[in-house]
Structure formats: structure tokens, C-alpha cells
Design a protein around this ligand. Sequence first.
Ligand SMILES: Nc1ncnc2c1ncn2[C@@H]1O[C@H](COP(=O)(O)OP(=O)(O)OP(=O)(O)O)[C@@H](O)[C@H]1O
Ligand SMILES: [Mg+2]
Length: 304
Amino acid sequence: MHVVAIYNNKGGEGKSTVTVGIAEFLAANRNKKVLVVDLDAQASSSCALLGRQSLNAAIREGRTVVDLAAQLKQTRRPSIDPEQFLVWRAASEARGSALESMAMLVPDGDRMYDVESSMVWGKHNHLFRDWLKPKLTEFDFVLIDLPANVTKSAMVCVNGLAMSDFVLIPTRSTHISLNGLPRTFSLIDQVRNVNGDGFPTVLGFLLNATDKRNQQYRSIVRPMVAASTDGEIPPFFQNHWPASPALEAATDEDRDARTLKERFGNAYDHARKVARELEVACEKYERTQVQPIKLSLWQRLGLA
Ligand SMILES: Nc1ncnc2c1ncn2[C@@H]1O[C@H](COP(=O)(O)OP(=O)(O)OP(=O)(O)O)[C@@H](O)[C@H]1O
Ligand SMILES: [Mg+2]
């Protein structure tokens, strides 16, 4: 099992779309058993994968990550059955690249903040890692969609990062996007310090909505790619996601896509290759610990 957080502390970089894309391809194209944990109160990936109705039904029935976190926090030695909190999306019966079944842990809007305010940094960081993760071994991949603007007080999100083996950072290739990276690493480093074992490892950066031929890419991203080739920062995925109307529509909750082809349109190949690259990277970096990035490097790259 690999637990991968999709995280960038800046909003709108593609976390939810990338989570949905990777989850659908791992499940339907690579035959993997996938759980998506949506830790964003906005519920973008839950709505995209389940639809609003199923999300609301799960909330009514108390099958959410908030109910799970509350239960874990209440008891000293929690004993939970994760099945009680999972929501399953059925496989499509369409022909061709039909969407596969998938499990989800969904958020519950503002109740997220209520449960977080009762949790304490340092004391409640490892509820998911210690009591939930060991019970998820039936899954090949657990993908965690995190929100933007996460701080140490967002304790459910901290729990999500703390239970992760890896972090994948989607980023657009503009200066304003890359400027958000030092803050993104700052929270990862804080969680890593409290975890005490060098994890999670940053698996790499996924360039989203990127055209490698344009001037911005050449002047802004190439110096970073050079730093990653030298091992100073984590690697860039070789495959990227282009800006594409199909990817823009991929998380549209009203779209009743039944196959990978319908959902990802002409971005199908890009999305397929990125999911495959993630799968290979998880195997390759399984036991690798990454050192924190020095402030001087961000300064040299013009990002701090
Ligand atoms: N490659 C792409 N091509 C076109 N549109 C995209 C692409 N990736 C994401 N988008 C669009 O950009 C917007 C932001 O994407 P998304 O919601 O996935 O980002 P996010 O990082 O999850 O945002 P948030 O921080 O709000 O959670 C969405 O409207 C999405 O449809
Ligand atoms: Mg999102």
C-alpha cells in the first residue's frame, strides 16, 4: 500500500483534478484498489467522483472523515472499522475504458473546522497514522486530496499528511505558482519533524496546465528542473498535464462520465502517463528519506 498526499499550499494548482485523474487511471487502467481521502471542506474531489447526492447521503449517515476523526479522538485506544466510514462508488458498466469502483472518505463542510479546533498539534497528529492506516492495507493506493492554506491548526489535514508515505506537489508553471512552494515545504517539514522518521517523502512536482514550449516555462521552470536534476530539490515528473478543456471539465460534478475516455478526452494519454509515473515512483522511492530544503536554495531560485 502507498499513501500519497496531493498537496500544494497554494489554491487552484490542480490538487483535486490531479487526485481524480490519478485515482481513475490507477483503478481502471492499472487495476489497482484505490481509496481517495478528501480532506478539503469544499469537497471538490468527492463531488467529482461520487456526485453531490451520494456525498449528501454520506453526510446524513455520519460516514465522513469528520465522524471518523471525532471517534478516533474520543477514545484512548480507538478500535474502528474503516468500512463504516467508507463510501463506495460502483464501477461503470460501460464498454471500453469503463470507470472502476473506488472507495472514498468524504469531508463534511464546516464540521471539519469544529473537529479540528478540538485537536492539538503535537498531541493529535498521529490519529490517522496509528489507528487508521494499519487498517487500510487492502488498498494498493490511498490518495489524499488536501486543501490550500493548511496551517498547523488544520489538524485533520495534518493527520492526512502525517499518515502519508509520499507527497505529490502539483504546480502550474508560472512565477506566482512557484512562489508558493517554500510555504508548501514548510508544512511538510514540520510534519516530518514531528513524525520523526523522515517521512513523508516528496515524490516530486507535477507540472499542471503547462506548455513546455512557452517562454515562461523556459525562464522560470528550467532553473528549478536543473536544481532537481542536481538533487537539491525533489524531481519533476517527466510527464506533465497540459492546459486542457477536458481536464478542466474532469471534475465537473454534473458530468456523467462513464469511461476514462469520456472523462479525460484528448488529455487521456497525459493523464494515463502521469498515473503510471506515480506508480513507478512509489516503488522506486519506497524507503527514501528526503532532507529539508535550505532557505538559501529557495533564495537562489528567486522564490524566497
Ligand atoms: N490542466 C488543466 N487544464 C485546465 N483546467 C484545469 C487544469 N487543472 C485544473 N484546472 C481547473 O483549475 C481549477 C483549479 O483546479 P483544482 O480545483 O483541481 O485545484 P486545487 O488545487 O484542488 O484547488 P483548491 O486549492 O481550491 O483545492 C479548476 O476549475 C479546474 O477545473
Ligand atoms: Mg482542491
